[in-house]
Design a protein around this ligand. Structure first.
Ligand SMILES: Cc1cc2nc3c(=O)[nH]c(=O)nc-3n(C[C@H](O)[C@H](O)[C@H](O)COP(=O)(O)O)c2cc1C
Ligand code: SF4
Ligand code: SF4
Length: 264
C-alpha cells in the first residue's frame, strides 16, 4: 500500500504526528495541504490517504475545510485522520468526514490526540515541563495509531458535541475572519528579519519599511506570533507576557516548507 499524508501545522504539533506515522508506515510521503494542486486526483486501489491537522474552535481550521472541499479523491480509498488539540471534546473528525462523505469516502481510522495548546490569544502555552509530559503521552497514542493504520485496522469517527462544535466553529469561520488580523502589532523588539512572512501558510504578511503588515486574509493559525524569534508580535494586549510555543522537535525551516501561496 502507498500512503500519502496531508498535513497542516502552524506550530509543529501536526507535523510531528505526521512524521511519526509516516515512519511507521514506511512507503509514505508527507505533503502540506497547501501544496496540493487543486484538481489533482489522489487515492485509489492500493493507495491510502491521511489527514493530520489541528482543531480550531472545536472544528476544522478554514484552511483544512477548504482543502477537503476541493480535494479530488477516488471513492473507496482507505482514509485515516488524526486531529490534535489542546484537549477539546469536540467534533472535528465528524466535520471532516461529512465533507469526504460527499465524495464517497468514510474515514476508516480516526483518532484524536492531545498536544500542547498554542491558542495564546486565549491562554498561556504550557510550561516546558508540561509540554514534555503531554508529548510523552501523545507519543504512546500516536505510535499505537500508526501501527493500527499500518495494519489496515478500522476505528470509526466518534462524534462528540456535534451541535456545540458546529456553532462555535461556524462563528469563527464566518464572523469577520479576514479582519481578525487587525489586532496584530509589532513592538520595538522587531528586527525586520521577515521570518513571520515565511511561516505564514497563506502569505498574509508583507514587509513594508522593514515591518510586517497583515493583509486581512488570515487563517488565525498563530504561526507568526509563535515563531517570531524576538517575540515582537502581540495580538493587542491579549498576548503580552504570555509564553510562546512551538513543538520542540520541529524546526522553523520545516514550517516554511509547509507554506505555499500558489494553491490557496
Ligand atoms: C485559532 C486556534 C483555535 C484553536 N482552538 C482549539 C480548540 O477549540 N480546542 C482545543 O483544544 N485546542 C484549540 N487550539 C489549539 C490547537 O488545536 C493545538 O495546539 C494544536 O496542537 C496545534 O497544532 P499545530 O502545532 O500543528 O499547529 C486552537 C489553536 C488555534 C491557533
Ligand atoms: S519575525 Fe518578528 S522580528 Fe522578524 S520581522 Fe517578523 S515581527 Fe519582526
Ligand atoms: S497572519 Fe499569522 S495567524 Fe494569520 S495566517 Fe498568517 S501566520 Fe497564521
Amino acid at each position: 500500500m502507498d500512503f500519502t499524508i496531508f498535513y497542516f501545522s502552524a506550530t509543529g504539533n501536526s507535523l510531528e504526528i505526521a512524521r511519526k506515522i509516516a515512519k511507521e508506515l514506511g512507503d509514505c510521503s508527507i505533503k502540506p495541504m497547501t501544496a496540493q494542486v487543486p484538481g489533482e486526483p489522489v487515492g485509489g486501489p492500493g493507495e491510502s490517504v491521511g489527514f493530520i491537522f489541528p482543531v480550531f474552535y472545536n472544528g476544522l481550521p478554514r484552511l483544512v475545510k477548504r482543502f477537503a472541499e476541493r480535494l479530488v479523491i477516488n471513492p473507496g480509498t482507505y482514509c485515516f485522520a488524526v486531529a490534535n488539540s489542546g484537549g477539546t471534546r469536540a467534533n472535528p473528525l465528524g466535520m471532516l468526514e461529512d465533507i469526504l462523505f460527499r465524495k464517497g469516502i468514510r474515514l476508516s481510522y480516526a483518532e484524536e490526540v492531545k498536544m500542547p495548546g498554542n491558542y495564546i490569544v486565549g491562554h498561556q502555552a504550557p510550561s516546558s515541563e508540561k509540554v514534555r509530559q503531554i508529548l510523552g503521552d501523545a507519543n504512546v497514542k500516536v505510535d499505537k495509531a500508526a501501527r493500527a493504520i499500518a495494519g489496515g485496522e478500522r476505528k470509526p469517527v466518534i462524534r462528540k458535541a456535534e451541535l456545540w462544535s458546529k456553532i462555535t466553529n461556524r462563528s469563527y469561520l464566518y464572523k469577520n475572519i479576514n479582519k481578525w488580523d487587525e489586532a496584530f502589532l509589532t513592538t520595538g523588539k522587531c528586527t525586520g528579519c521577515g521570518l513571520c512572512t515565511e511561516v505564514c501558510p497563506v502569505c498574509n504578511i508583507k514587509m513594508e519599511d522593514r515591518r510586517p503588515v497583515w493583509q486581512h486574509n488570515c487563517e488565525r493559525c498563530l504561526a507568526c506570533i509563535h515563531w517570531c524569534p524576538c517575540e515582537a508580535i502581540e495580538y493587542g494586549k491579549k498576548t503580552v507576557r504570555r509564553r510562546r510555543y512551538h513543538n520542540p522537535n520541529v524546526k522553523i525551516a520545516d514550517i516554511k516548507r509547509g507554506c505555499s501561496c500558489e494553491n490557496i
